[in-house]
Ligand binder design. Sequence first.
Ligand SMILES: [Zn+2]
Length: 156
Amino acid sequence: MPTPTRPSSPLNGNTLPFPDLKLDAEDEALVAAARAVIMAHHRPFWHTVAAAIRSTDGRVWTGVHLGATVGRLAVCAEPVALGRAILEGDGTMAIGVAVRHRKPEEGQGPPDVVSPCGACRDLLLDYAPDALVIVPGPHGPVKRPLRAMLPLPYRR
Ligand SMILES: [Zn+2]
């Protein structure tokens, strides 16, 4: 996958040393795939977040968050999707996204795009250091290099 290039003009007011890239139709389809999973499998507390990963070969793998009675045992949706990409696909990740089902008090609307948590940033960097991630932006979802989301990952 080619390294994303900096557009000629900033897309928004982000002050980070990399641009927020606009979503294309494939990215929108990836968000839609994640949203469809959480709309179909949402269970308050148990399954509130879904993720979708597009492999470098264009296939899409989805996963759902696994809530747990012991909170620290919960598993994010991204590693579930990554496991499927490894077992059922070629194990690559060109881009990924996670979406969270709204709580009743948050009103109507599609599941919101959410940033990967720190642990998922570290994990995904191990497997796909050149991937992009779709994250919330000031005017809607944008994509960023995963590497830029965690410039100093854990190393042994
Ligand atoms: Zn996570």
